[in-house]
Design a protein around this ligand. Structure first.
Ligand code: SF4
Ligand code: SF4
Length: 305
């Protein structure tokens, strides 16, 4: 678990906005108008990275293995960490005209970037170092099904975007959304042989058996064994333990020691249970408990085996 926490602190998530140029039927974001500016993000990154590199070793944290409270038992988690990567999501980050500038600055700071995008706004030629910027492009299956969810013409735009990104040398993966419409294509939908991660429809169009089939037999996000917690800065300035949880650990203005301690604490239940690789918000667990009508997270984990 310690190694996992270390990785979750060194590889973080930032959502600069929830707004999007599309209005997909299957979208579940709230589309608030919050936007983090490039300067806010850079200031956050600098403060957080400084904390990981220098201050972290002098900070005292909750002992997750003993399950003691933060105040009662004190122990270092690790030393001399470094912010290695940032995964950006939205909304659609490429609606922000100065987003490529932010990416170029962060890559210069030796941070690997991953961007989740719908692939309909092509400004990727403004990114200077494609090999250090992975693109996770959303597709919902064949053209008719994709456009039914995302609007006419968008499948073709996204395919063109992928071809352009390939020419420029970006690492690319497909985020394949499985709804009741795309489920029949689960086994053979293929875009230029690119690797795929499956996402199940959060609007619950899948039957229970379909959902279990995808979770058991395909590579999904979240992974069926979970372990997907990752310190996350939301567009509201609130910091959470992953991109999906709304459990507040602190804010962009706090001392990193505060939200990092709360993050570690959020994993304490899982560090004792260890039935899966853990979740920062096990009562929520990406909504699966509700979706499958199961009484707790342990039952969800068992159902995915
Ligand atoms: S089953 Fe639940 S409490 Fe146990 S490790 Fe997994 S998410 Fe945590
Ligand atoms: S809520 Fe839990 S399962 Fe969902 S992404 Fe976050 S850590 Fe993973």
């Amino acid at each position: 678990m310690k190694q996992q926490i270390q990785s979750a602190l060194e590889n973080i998530y930032i959502s600069p906005l929830e707004l999007c140029n599309l209005n997909c039927r299957a979208c579940y974001t709230n589309k608030t108008k919050n936007i983090l500016s490039n300067q806010q993000i850079l200031d956050f990154v600098e403060k957080y990275n400084r904390f990981l590199k220098k201050d972290f070793k002098d900070t005292i944290f909750y002992d997750i293995e003993r399950g003691d409270t933060f105040a009662e038992h004190k122990k270092f988690v690790s030393r001399n960490l470094k912010l290695k990567s940032i995964l950006f999501c939205g909304g659609e980050v490429f609606t922000l005209p100065d987003f490529p500038d932010l990416i170029n600055t962060l890559i210069q700071k030796d941070i690997f970037i991953t961007i989740i995008t719908n692939g309909t706004i092509d400004c990727i030629n403004k990114i200077n170092d494609p090999k250090n910027c992975q693109l996770l492009v959303s597709l919902d299956g064949p053209k008719e099904i994709h456009d039914r969810n995302r609007g006419p013409g968008n499948f073709d735009k996204t395919i063109k975007f992928i071809q352009h990104a390939q020419q420029l040398g970006f690492p690319i993966e497909i985020m394949f959304l499985i709804t009741k419409d795309s489920y029949p294509y689960k086994g053979f939908f293929n875009v230029f042989g690119l690797p795929k991660t499956y996402l199940t429809d959060r609007k619950m169009s899948l039957s229970k058996n379909q959902l279990l089939d995808i979770k058991k037999n395909y590579q999904t996000f979240p992974n069926k064994n979970f372990g997907c917690s990752q310190l996350s800065l939301q567009s509201s300035g609130i910091i959470t333990g992953c991109c999906e949880s709304s459990l507040r650990l602190g804010t962009i203005n706090d001392d990193p020691a505060t939200y990092v301690a709360n993050f570690i604490k959020s994993l304490s239940k899982c560090s004792i249970c260890q039935k899966c690789n853990g979740c920062c918000d096990p009562n929520y667990l990406c909504g699966y408990k509700t979706e499958l009508n199961l009484k707790n997270c342990q039952d969800v984990v068992q159902s995915f085996k």
